[in-house]
Ligand binder design. Structure first.
Ligand code: SF4
Length: 377
């Protein structure tokens, strides 16, 4: 089934490490954007079965419950949306309250993903985040009281000045809060990130690489002990609470990305909408016959080789491993015959395991996943 990704490009302030497609919130522009996005949903809708909607951003929780409800209804009218569809809203703790959460729940949201990033005040300030650690804890309580039973938290690891003990205190705080799902990301500093300048000015440093590896491995063991199961390199969940939407990206699925800069992959074609919010709005104001010309910034048929590589790169990220039988059935490629020789040293080093028809990374292998994936190129 299809996954529907809806991009909301507005933020109350811009974090110093962020490289996403987003801009500062502007109420008037937001209203025009919601109209444009609803139009794109209705024009793209072909009645295909879909079982996830993911509001990502940006900060989608800057939309009102009524606006979110309008967009969900447009998806229901335009696609064959499962009655039990997973409908996720990325939310920042500072925009949350019990009443707002009740509104989102009534609009159809049944999963909330909070961008917490850290439970330490010093780290939140260094990242330029607007919320405090207490606000993050309160926001989770508000979501639960508002009727959201499926909650995910994002934490960022290997932050400037973060010690192993600091990171461990973040993981303990997450376990105390008790979300159903958590994503643990490594901070990635893109070349011109303002955070890089802040670090240079303030003399903040990153912990050594070995510490980052230990932080990662320690947190997964601690989360295992707390009843979470890792299912992807950066993601853990309680039983039955994996992210159905994100699994589409890792299980060779199909999705439609709607909104400015959103990416889609469907029927062997990959495309991306124009990135600029204003260009997007103006394209969606155009007559239908000219729309396809200006809305899509890039579109290409994926070569069979590219489709195969994508399936290999993403599938091996899952702890259940890459399903070699499924790859054979879909692409006619025997993974072990083709790549076994190159994979053998990683198997011997305990970084890769073959379990029946599945090829799995060990946790140590996950630390060097990018190197192992080069085998498939
Ligand atoms: S809230 Fe999220 S999307 Fe917005 S600037 Fe910060 S990191 Fe980027």
């Amino acid at each position: 089934m299809l996954g529907l990704y809806l991009h909301i490009p507005f933020c109350a302030s811009i974090c110093n490490y962020c490289n996403f497609n987003r801009g500062l919130f502007n109420a008037e522009q937001k209203e025009r954007y919601v109209v444009a996005l609803e139009r794109e949903i209705r024009l793209s809708g072909d009645g295909s079965p879909a079982d996830t909607i993911f509001f990502g951003g940006g900060t989608p929780s800057l939309l009102s419950p009524a606006e979110i409800g309008r967009l969900i209804n447009a998806c229901r009218d335009s696609f064959d949306l499962s009655p039990d569809a997973e409908i996720t809203l990325e939310t920042n703790p500072e925009t949350s309250s019990t009443a707002v959460m009740e509104g989102f729940r009534a609009a159809g949201i049944n999963r909330v993903s909070f961008g917490v990033q850290s439970f330490r005040e010093d780290e939140l300030r260094r990242l330029g985040r607007l919320h405090s650690a207490d606000r993050a804890r309160e926001a989770v309580g508000e979501a639960r009281r508002g009727g959201i039973a499926n909650i995910s938290l994002d934490l960022m690891m290997w932050l400037p000045q973060q010690t192993r003990a600091d990171w461990q205190s973040n993981v303990e705080a997450l376990i105390d809060v008790g979300p159903e799902h958590a994503s643990l990301y490594l901070l990635e500093l893109y070349p011109n990130a303002p955070l890089k300048e802040d670090m240079a000015r303030a003399g903040w440093a990153l912990a050594p690489d070995d510490d980052a590896a230990e932080m990662y491995l320690w947190s997964l063991e601690r989360l295992d002990a707390a009843g979470y199961a890792q299912y992807e390199i950066s993601n853990v969940s309680r039983p039955g609470k994996t992210s159905r939407h994100n699994l589409k990206y890792w299980q060779d699925g199909e999705w439609l990305g709607l909104g400015c800069g959103a990416h889609s992959t469907r029927r062997g074609v990959r495309w991306r909408n124009v990135s600029s919010t204003e260009d997007y709005i103006s394209q969606l104001s155009a007559p239908r016959r000219t729309l396809a010309l200006g809305l899509v910034a890039e579109r290409r048929e994926m070569a069979p080789r590219e489709q195969l590589e994508d399936a290999l790169f993403t599938g091996i990220r899952l702890t259940e491993g890459l399903d070699m039988q499924a790859i054979h059935a879909r692409y006619g490629v025997d993974v072990w015959s083709q790549y076994g020789d190159a994979l053998q040293p990683f198997v011997a080093a305990g970084l890769v395991r073959v379990e029946g028809a599945r090829l799995c990374l060990s946790r140590d292998g996950m630390l060097v996943a990018n190197e192992i994936m080069q085998v498939f190129v």
